[in-house]
Design a protein around this ligand. Structure first.
Ligand code: C2O
Ligand code: CU
Length: 427
């Protein structure tokens, strides 16, 4: 039953997607063609990987690796990626998680393209307009394929650095079989650096679980969420943060005069990133949990959201052991959110089921307006994936400026395959 639902989700055989016109995709504009071109090739294949803990995993990889190669480009580059499928019978696609691309390039099997079969290829092209930390993963039966290893990091560097940075390290957390990995390793990840250096740590959670991370040894700032800069981020100390499945946190940390910085998982002791080479810091005896609700400061020009919306939707996320639902229904039965180009859209998401549901929207970045009825007090917060926890309610705002047919789903990909998926559709 689960498998059936999953393939239906990703083959797009749903009432939601059948009841709408074929995807209309905006083409690249002339000026896009003047951007510098960056070409990449990714070959998906079955590969047996020897982990550094001695285990061997029958993984699915890009270019023999899981995570696949890190793709790093500069803001404004035109990215051209050719996907080859060597021998994955189920077919493969690539979805550019968090990057706003034309819908024809979104990589959702059965919705924006057919899955690429063994021996076939598909070329994606888009302009990387917004700097930030993103990732890519297969979106054909994604709960299976991402977990098998078909994923990687995608970094868009800004044309002009916003912060002085001596080291820029991207680290992806994933679960392969039963092992937690950081950039493919089970042991600790070591980032180079000497006292006084500023390290930008780009953390991507590619697991299905919320990870609570604690920084010991130095104060730090959270400078971006899901690739979107925080305005005026303050220093945090003895503070952990919950990074939900699919989310990215960018940290800026100065390596102290003596000592080591440890960014570690609270639940999984072995999962830690260290830099500097002094003595190991002791773990904070007590810790606060980061909240974006009052972090940073508002933009000087004040509110940017409208006072009324062209479209408002309310989505209640629910769950029992058999299905994950939105408004009591699962994928096949959930009507799409229909919008028109230019609409100002409000989406209210309520977590009624308990459990963590990181709510992800393709093709758009949304602004968080409020949490549990309270407007945000600090920096404007823009995300593509919002972690919702038991009984929380968030109001999200977006401008419908990217026509097409887009997936909206929980990024616990098991929940997505068990029904917590729907579509955003432009009429
Ligand atoms: Cu990373 Cu449809 O998701
Ligand atoms: Cu969920």
């Amino acid at each position: 039953q689960l498998h059936h639902l999953e393939s239906a989700v990703h083959a797009g055989h749903s009432r939601a997607s059948e009841s709408v016109e074929p995807v209309s995709c905006e083409s690249l504009t002339a000026s896009d063609h003047e951007s510098p071109i960056r070409k990449f090739e990714l070959t998906a294949a079955r590969t047996s990987i020897d982990l550094d803990n001695g285990e061997t995993v029958e993984a699915w990889t890009f270019n023999g690796l899981s995570p696949g190669p890190e793709i790093r480009v500069t803001e404004g580059d035109r990215v051209v990626v050719t996907l080859f499928n060597k021998d994955i019978e189920e077919g493969v696609t690539i979805h550019w998680h968090g990057i706003v691309v034309p819908c024809s390039q979104d990589g959702v099997a059965g919705v924006t393209q057919d899955a690429v079969k063994p021996g076939e290829q598909f070329t994606y092209t888009f302009v990387a307009t917004s700097p930030g930390t993103y990732w890519y993963h297969s979106h054909q039966m994604s709960s299976v394929q991402a977990e098998k290893g078909l994923l990687g990091q995608f970094i868009v560097e800004p044309k002009e650095a916003e912060y002085p940075t001596d080291h820029d390290a991207a680290i992806l957390l994933q679960r392969l079989d039963s092992s937690f990995l950081m950039n493919g390793k089970t042991g600790e990840a070591i980032v180079p650096g000497k006292p006084g250096d500023n390290v930008r740590l780009r953390l991507t959670n590619a697991t299905n679980d919320t990870m609570e991370m604690l920084v010991d040894g130095a104060p730090y700032r959270i400078i971006a969420l899901d690739g979107n800069a925080i305005h005026d981020p303050g220093l945090l100390e003895s503070t952990s943060f919950n990074i939900g499945a699919g989310q990215r946190y960018d940290l800026l940390i100065e390596i102290p005069e003596q000592g080591k910085v440890v960014v570690g998982s609270v639940q999984e002791e072995s999962l830690k990133i260290t830099f500097g080479d002094g003595p190991e810091p002791s773990r904070a005896a007590s810790r606060k949990l980061f909240s974006f609700v009052d972090y940073g400061t508002p933009m000087p020009d004040g509110r940017t959201e409208p006072l009324s919306f062209d479209q408002s939707f309310e989505l209640k996320l629910g769950q029992n052991i058999f299905v994950s639902t939105i408004n009591g229904k699962s994928f096949h039965e959930i009507p799409p959110m229909n919008v028109k180009k230019g609409d100002h859209v409000k989406i209210t998401v309520k977590n009624e089921g308990g459990g963590d549901h990181p709510f992800h929207l393709h093709g758009h970045t949304f602004r968080v307006l409020s949490k549990n009825g309270e407007p945000l007090k600090g920096s404007p917060i823009y995300l593509d994936t919002i972690l919702t926890q038991k009984d929380e309610t968030y109001e999200l705002y977006l401008v419908a400026d990217n026509p097409g047919l887009w997936m909206v789903h929980c990024h616990n990909l098991q929940h997505a395959s068990m029904g917590m998926s729907m579509m955003l559709n432009y009429e």
